[in-house]
Design a binder for this molecule. Structure first.
Ligand code: ATR
Length: 288
């Protein structure tokens, strides 16, 4: 679909995404779709910034009046270090993917991935209802940065969270960072699946072009109410989700997390809470 191009005035609000490389980022499409949809006088630009120039680039954007920026690979750690005020989400995730330049010159850091995942589950009506008497349980595959964001957000929502990872030391390190997190053996998680209400793949397993695009674990031991989520969004139906469907389980693809996490930054920079709808989903999917 073609959208009318927004004309910028001298009062345009500006934001962007810093990455190296940045050409694969979907963020410009997402944010400019919303800017156009809501007729907002603003722009969101890709900013290819070499790691050596990261701080200089951020200071430059700030000096040039930008509202803020997203940061992606390989800048997330540098962004965390540069931030003056870390939001709760950023402290819990140990990372920053969204910068907000405050009027007083301070830089606020947010991590939107975990809350984006939770919002995406809620938007699809798949978030488990918590009872005072019985806590719900989530099992996460993986122990990288994405796992930490999602685990922290699910814990903050009152779920008991466990992780399993090929490299157990990494899972244990994650458990040190997030008190209350359980570690499950990578060899045994399929057998223990019956204990869980939510399963989330936070690794790149099953991703087109990833380390194992055929990754299709055995879900035969799942409880009938298990919700199976994948943060991978290409392909839309990962082998994990295909297996879940075959077992009659409810599923959630990864695109919703990408769209919902972007909402949080948009709101900060452009002052409007944008809607995630099927139209936007189709528009972004057409760019894959
Ligand atoms: P991100 O920040 O996106 O989470 P990451 O930190 O590189 O990325 O983490 C990648 C995750 O995918 C890890 O949990 C990794 O497992 P290891 O810690 O054992 O490396 C997992 N992963 C990647 N390739 C894998 C594979 N072939 N088999 C099992 N796990 C894999």
């Amino acid at each position: 679909p073609m959208l009318p191009r927004q004309i910028l005035t001298g009062k345009a609000r500006l934001a962007g995404v810093l990455g190296w490389p940045v050409s694969h980022s979907r963020s410009p499409v997402l944010h400019n779709y919303w800017l156009s949809r809501y007729g907002i006088d603003g722009a969101y630009v890709p900013l290819p910034v070499h790691p050596d120039n990261f701080e200089q680039a951020v200071r430059g954007l700030q000096a040039a009046g930008f509202r803020g920026a997203n940061v992606t690979i390989p800048h997330k750690e540098a962004a965390y270090a540069l931030t003056d005020d870390l939001d709760h989400s950023a402290q819990r995730a140990g990372a920053v993917n969204t910068l907000v330049f405050q009027p007083d010159g301070r830089i606020r850091g947010i991590s939107t991935d975990g809350d984006g995942f939770v919002d995406s589950m809620k938007a699809e009506g798949l978030f488990p209802h918590t009872h005072a008497t019985e806590r719900k349980r989530a099992l996460l595959l993986g122990a990288g940065g994405a796992a930490r964001s999602v685990a922290a957000a699910l814990q903050d929502q009152g779920l008991d969270v466990a992780v399993t990872n090929r490299t157990v030391e990494r899972a244990e390190k994650l458990a040190d960072a997030l008190p209350g997190l359980d570690v499950v053996s990578w060899a045994e998680w399929e057998a223990q699946l019956g204990m869980y209400d939510v399963l989330v793949n936070t690794t790149s397993l099953g991703m087109e072009g990833g380390p194992d695009p055929m990754f299709r674990p055995n879900l035969k031991r799942a409880a009938h109410h298990l919700v199976v989520a994948d943060i991978v969004y290409v392909p839309r139906l990962t082998p994990l989700l295909a297996e879940a469907e075959q077992q009659g389980l409810k599923t959630l693809g990864g695109l919703g997390m990408l769209l919902h996490q972007a909402r949080l930054g948009f709101r900060e920079w452009f002052g409007q809470d944008p809607e995630v709808d099927a139209d936007l989903e189709a528009y972004v999917r057409a760019t894959f």
